[in-house]
Design a protein around this ligand. Sequence first.
Ligand code: F0G
Length: 370
Amino acid sequence: MLLDGSGVWRYRELILPAPERFVVTRPEGNTNLYPVGIENCGAGRVGHRQIGSYAGLERFFLKHEGENPTGSFKDRGMTVGVTMANMLGAKAVACASTGNTSASLASYAAQAGLPGIVFLPATNVAAGKLAQSLAYGARTIQIEGDFDDAMRLVEQVCNELGIYLLNSLNPFRVEGQKAIGFELLQQLDWQAPDWLVLPAGNLGNTSAIGKAFRQAYNLSLISHMPRIASIQAAGANPFYKSFTQGFAQREKVQADTLATAIRIGNPVSYTRARRVIEESDGIVEQVTDEEILAAKAVIDRAGIGCEPASAATLAGVRKLVAAGIIKRDEQVVGILTGNLLKDSKTGIPQTIGGGSVKATIEAVRSVLAQ
Ligand code: F0G
């Protein structure tokens, strides 16, 4: 069946048994699980081992969701969300976004022939992501405010105009994102890792992967639930703050971080994600922008590359290993959520040292001799 080529629809019995004629798929998923631990990285991956050394882990994998069709994990949820919109006969679809959800919505809406509307903060959206929404032809509305303002407005507009909302509030988005969990478990021959570590913003992905593990465990596909560690940027840390108070109180913050994908102060999937952390004996950690940039440089230099928010995963792993919370010999899977090219500015040199070189062999020789 055609749908078996998708890393989402392959698991449709656990996601959404939609009739094939409605399914909108690129296809998505089938992303690499890179062995990058000191011990498991294997021959021919000396560069990748640098990541394991930086983390301090012997058995460590990175699953690169930036290898999806529009360059982020959002495609996994969007294929299911837009399929549902198709089944319901929606007249248009919309979302608020820090850039990746909107890029994905724009692409899948275009494929389905549905009008797409995206609400973005007027500033702090990486250029590559904005370019995708515009190129794919979504109606792009820049709000003079932050993501939390855009989220509030899109909910109101969808209610008023009967537009189908495709933020992770939408349960079918979360259903699709569960496939990250199923796929990584399958890649590990259904041997669940000790830990799953991921960046956390609006908390849809924490909710989704937690739900996937719970389902896999209930179906006896795995023998234990991995512990989930959600990593926030220290400047956008409402979930972390609540966690440190035993979730006694729900916090909102004024968010600011250079990892603009997770620049969110009032996450919509808070309650679901809280349940995942509690049920999996998980943890919420925060990392500074400096730690994010340092981790990103390690991932980039290993030849894998990712966008800044994704690097929170490695920064968080390193911090949790140093604190003795993740043990050096435990098996850990980290999620890289977005592609390097999404944000080609943050943490990447914008000039080439020494500038350009004359087009003569002498000039090139003298540069290389330095
Ligand atoms: N990493 C990247 C690259 C993201 O784009 C996002 C969220 C996250 C991590 C956090 O995932 O929200 O499920 O906790 N991006 C959303 C967007 C908010 O609009 O693209 P989350």
